[in-house]
Design a protein around this ligand. Structure first.
Ligand SMILES: Cc1cc2nc3c(=O)[nH]c(=O)nc-3n(C[C@H](O)[C@H](O)[C@H](O)COP(=O)(O)OP(=O)(O)OC[C@H]3O[C@@H](n4cnc5c(N)ncnc54)[C@H](O)[C@@H]3O)c2cc1C
Length: 396
């Protein structure tokens, strides 16, 4: 191995730690540089899809995730009056995955579980309060420069430092795409919506031309997500009146659910112009961001990390040429654009469909997809991101 320098992983978010766990499993030492004082406590992502759980299982993290999470095999699409458009059961994917369900489990649980697992493994080192400001490729090794001027050498850099990635900026890689005018508001409550909405699944998307919403159960709370129009000032969304008015849209006559958390997110669709520049590699939100409808951002980031490590490990061991890293870019960037960006934009369009024709089209497509087991299987292969992984494997 080149001077036995560690791979520098910038960011101890879920994607950085998955990359760390996968490299350490290959016997390759890593040094994770994290800007924060501790492992992140971010709640953001909570949906883990079947193939992601299979990958996390290989890394030893899935059993504890399942213990701390909630298995959600059923996915529903409903109309504003609560009538069912279609219902799907991920159990139908049992022929292609060891985990035929969506797991609802906040992302901070994954980072904690991975960090705890890694503590016991040789080759894992992490440094907190280590904000990287520059990432330099010297041709035969790399250097990360910290805010205080400290310079740290490594063999390669994996930029898993989120949407504002310093690694991406240092490498001069564009982050192409757009920002949606509306923001997304997530309100959490301990109130059990299943107690007042008959047959409500743990994952339920509500289509509505005026204001779609999304109900999702995670351990201990329900999360409700709503779009917030561009003209509404941020401060207005922080009031209890605003939260009550959103809650009132769920079931007529009720707006009194006790509010546990409230977070407003700006939402983007952006993909880095390349996932690789020499020894600088991007994964996760540093490489791509999308709206959260369908729960694909973090899952795609885990798929990046696993794909990348499989190639990088061979390069570091001298078993493959560095050119294989360009295949990482072609495969993962390819499916990010073809599948993840397209699907998440379509998911949003479906829920907000304005004209009666567009609404009927969505209802008909869902009814058709749910009409027999083979069609439902095909639909869930897309929604669980299995198709994007199959497609990536085909890209040379
Ligand atoms: C409301 C919402 C719901 C979502 N739900 C889902 C879902 O259900 N399923 C799903 O798949 N995705 C979902 N996502 C997307 C998901 O949250 C992200 O894709 C995921 O957090 C990306 O992980 P990451 O490790 O790439 O980046 P991050 O989680 O952003 O982690 C980056 C890490 O890098 C550190 N860092 C940043 N800059 C530096 C620096 N310069 N030097 C050192 N360290 C640095 C940060 O402190 C952080 O720890 C959702 C997003 C939102 C907004």
């Amino acid at each position: 191995m080149p001077g036995n320098k560690p791979v520098l992983i910038i960011g101890a978010g879920p994607v950085g730690l998955v990359a760390a766990a996968a490299l350490v499993r290959e016997g390759i030492p890593v040094l994770v540089l994290e800007a924060g004082p501790t492992i992140s406590t971010e709640m953001r992502a909570s949906t883990f899809h079947a193939p992601t759980l299979d990958m996390l299982d290989d890394l030893g993290a899935a059993p504890e995730m399942i213990r701390q999470g909630l298995k959600g095999p059923i996915l529903q699409y409903r109309q504003r009056d609560h009538s069912l458009i279609a219902e799907f059961d991920f159990g139908i994917l049992a022929d292609v995955t060891r985990h035929p369900f969506r797991l609802q489990c906040e992302q901070f649980k994954l980072t904690r579980i991975l960090h705890d697992l890694l503590q016991t493994r040789p080759g894992y080192a992490i440094r907190f309060n280590a904000q990287v400001t520059d990432a330099i490729d010297h041709g035969d090794h790399v250097e990360a420069v910290l805010e205080d001027g400290t310079r740290i050498q490594g063999s390669y850099i994996i930029g898993a430092d989120g949407a504002r990635s310093a690694v991406r900026k240092s490498a001069g890689i564009e982050f192409e795409g757009f920002t949606w005018p509306e923001r997304f508001l997530v309100l959490s409550t301990e109130f059990d919506f299943a107690s007042i909405i008959p047959g409500l699944a743990d994952v339920s998307y509500y289509a509505d031309p005026e204001e779609w919403f999304f109900l999702l159960r995670v351990p201990g709370v329900w999360r409700a997500m709503f779009p917030v129009a561009a003209e509404v000032p941020d401060e207005e969304t922080e009031t209890d009146e605003f939260a009550r008015a959103r809650f009132a849209r769920i079931l007529a006559g009720r707006d009194d659910y006790p509010l546990k958390h409230r977070t407003l997110y700006r939402v983007h669709q952006r993909v880095a112009s390349t996932f690789r520049k020499g020894r600088l590699l991007l994964a996760g939100d540093a490489a791509h961001i999308n709206n959260p409808l369908g729960g694909m951002g973090l899952n795609g980031g885990v798929h990046d990390a696993v794909n990348l490590v499989e190639k990088l490990a061979r390069v570091i061991r001298g078993e493959a040429d560095e050119a294989v890293l360009d295949r990482y870019d072609r495969q993962r960037r390819g499916v990010t654009v073809e599948h993840v960006q397209r699907q998440t934009i379509q998911n949003k369009k479906n829920l907000e469909a304005k004209t009666p024709e567009e609404q009927a089209d969505f209802r008909n497509r869902m009814a058709e997809a749910a009409s027999d087991p083979a069609k439902a299987h095909a639909y869930l292969m897309g929604m669980s991101m299995m198709n994007s992984l199959k497609r990536a494997a085909e890209i040379e």
